[in-house]
Design a protein around this ligand. Structure first.
Ligand SMILES: [Zn+2]
Ligand SMILES: [Zn+2]
Length: 270
């Protein structure tokens, strides 16, 4: 005779077996620069995904912060929850542990982008990744700050003159040093920890910005995007603290702002 628990257990086991068999994902390119995906996965795995996404969009960026930064309609806070979750999902994708994924030491998730070096410099023009997906040079610039990308630079659209694997990406040791120095995203009021940040080149390397710590800053996915949009500027202060310069529409004087974790360490002016 089976007890209630046994029945339930057996039911669950059957359900899980079904879920296993039904598990699917489909990823469809729509031809307009977006891809639509849908999946059917077991509840427990979906819970893990949901928890990760909700962790990313946790409402720590308050409305006051939004006003303070003058981000307006495009601001993270103004986005509908669904859209925030979508962005959080892309953030998650961009932080997959590619180094520990199967296949060729993580190369499977490496994106090789070919781009004309002049396009990359100006942020104009387009780039193409190894799946033949076109993207703006601005997006390629942003991707190029991350370890997921190998940029192949073309001259006159054809000849590969260099590749960006070695000297242009911050290595593990530099990233560790950055984690200690910046302690997270350097954008004022942002609380993303180092593990969720991307190492941004303050002066873009195609403009001869070196890959050293003085030219680096940790930025979260969202703020990294914002900085590469070009309106807000991240730069190194004279005293070695990264600061953010707001656009004129936010502050006509464009006074640089610092994250509170840096200003708290400063002695108060008398
Ligand atoms: Zn960057
Ligand atoms: Zn941030």
């Amino acid at each position: 005779m089976l007890g209630v628990d046994d029945h339930l257990g057996e039911q669950l086991r059957q359900q899980e077996r079904k879920a296993w068999g039904a598990t699917r994902i489909s990823i469809m390119r729509r031809g307009d620069g977006t891809t639509r995906g849908s999946f059917l996965i077991p509840d427990a795995d979906a819970d893990t995904l949901r928890a990760a996404i909700e962790g990313i969009i946790a409402p720590r960026r308050t409305a006051a912060n939004a006003q303070q930064h003058g981000m307006g309609a495009g601001d993270w806070l103004a986005l509908p929850r669904e859209q925030k979750m979508g962005h959080a999902f892309t953030e998650l994708i961009n932080h997959l542990p590619t180094g520990s994924l199967p296949q060729a030491g993580g190369l499977a998730a490496t994106v090789a982008v070919t781009v004309d070096i002049d396009d990359l410099r100006t942020g104009q023009g387009t780039a193409t990744n190894s799946s033949a997906t076109d993207m703006s040079a601005a997006k390629a610039q942003r991707l190029a700050c991350n370890a997921h990308l190998v940029a192949l630079y073309l001259e006159n659209g054809t000849r590969v003159i260099d590749h960006g694997m070695t000297r242009r990406l911050y290595d593990r040791h530099q990233r560790l040093a950055l984690a200690v120095r910046d302690k997270g995203c350097v954008f004022p009021s942002c609380d993303r920890p180092p593990a969720w940040c991307e190492a941004h080149h303050l002066s873009f390397w195609s403009e001869s910005g070196p890959t050293d710590l003085n030219n680096a800053a940790l930025l979260c996915h969202f703020h990294h995007f914002l900085i590469h949009e070009g309106e807000w500027v991240a730069r190194m202060g004279d005293d070695g603290v990264v600061e953010i310069v707001p656009p004129k529409r936010v502050d006509p004087d464009q006074r640089p702002r610092r994250h509170v974790r840096f200003t708290q360490q400063q002695p108060r002016a008398a």
